[in-house]
Design a protein around this ligand. Structure first.
Ligand code: SF4
Length: 287
């Protein structure tokens, strides 16, 4: 793969990335390489049950807003969950059925706390942000317009205990807020994590300065990625920049089968282990 040459006076090429791609590099450079650079892409393990629950929950919370206000009832939620259900990764049919009912109850309870007559400004909306060096494109879960205030909402379906600090430090949500402000030409400083299983809302109000710091953080990661991608283009898997970063995440990593260092971190979790009370922080990433 040829390395792009630049000459003085030439405009710099923007580095394009999603927030997930930026975070993948921070989590583990080897996993980043396998996910985004190696071709053919190494085979990933089959989907886990907590991911099935997370994807189905997000799909229901998307499709719910396509219903007319009078259709937004518990019966419709039950139907949407049934239609969206992904029966993959569970221990058996009984566990899958129990989790389908549990998910229906949780989504219904969550939506009881939401103004169902107030249509969000955006649902699973793609937003983008360009800086001098970086082009970020991603899809936010929900964008609310609350009496003129734009609010970025991100659903969480895992059981990890979250705090307002998780909303404050979330790089994706900060980037979405900046992108939304640019698209709508209005300030957007409030970001919220909505933990669907508990109905808890973790919120943070950014300032222009904190948002600018988040953009700078994204640019710094992108700058590292630019160098790493170029090194990979030259050296391939021999590049020394993609070492394993072992951590508890290894037990849940989709590429673990290709990573001896990760395998030494301990036994792999079962497909349904993420449904348990001590489920992975990783569930939050996929859900
Ligand atoms: S198993 Fe761990 S070290 Fe290996 S690629 Fe996955 S996250 Fe990285």
């Amino acid at each position: 793969m040829p390395v792009q040459q630049t000459f003085s006076g030439m405009p710099r090429r923007l580095y394009s990335a999603s927030p997930s791609k930026l975070l993948a590099w921070l989590d583990c450079p080897r996993r980043y390489r396998m996910q985004y650079l190696d071709r053919p892409k190494p085979a990933v393990r089959s989907r886990r049950a907590h991911t099935s629950v997370g994807v189905a929950t997000h799909n229901v919370l998307r499709d719910f807003w396509d219903l007319t206000p009078v259709e937004r009832t518990p019966t419709s939620v039950e139907r949407l969950v049934r239609q969206s259900w992904i029966d993959v990764g569970f221990r058996d049919a009984d566990q899958s059925a129990r989790w389908r009912l549990r998910t229906t109850a949780r989504v219904t309870a969550y939506l009881r706390g939401v103004d169902r007559d107030h249509q969000p400004l955006g649902v699973e909306r793609t937003v983008s942000l360009h800086t001098d060096t970086l082009a970020v494109t991603g899809r936010l879960d929900r964008l609310d317009d609350r009496d003129g205030e734009l609010v970025v909402v991100d659903y969480k379906t895992g059981r990890a205990r979250l705090t307002d600090d998780d909303a404050r430090t979330s790089l994706p949500m900060a980037l979405y807020a900046v992108a939304v402000a640019g698209m709508f030409r209005r300030p957007c400083v409030r970001v919220e994590l909505h933990q669907v299983p508990t109905g808890q809302v973790l919120a943070h109000e950014h300032t222009p300065e904190t948002l600018q710091r988040k953009v700078a953080e994204a640019e710094s990661i992108a700058s590292d990625l630019c160098r790493a991608d170029a090194d990979y283009a030259e050296l391939g898997v021999e590049s020394p920049l993609f070492g394993p970063r072992v951590s508890p995440i290894c037990a849940w990593c989709d590429f673990r089968a290709h990573c001896p260092e990760g395998q030494r971190m301990g036994p792999e979790k079962s497909d349904w282990a993420g449904l348990e009370a001590d489920g992975p922080g990783g569930a939050e990433r996929t859900a």
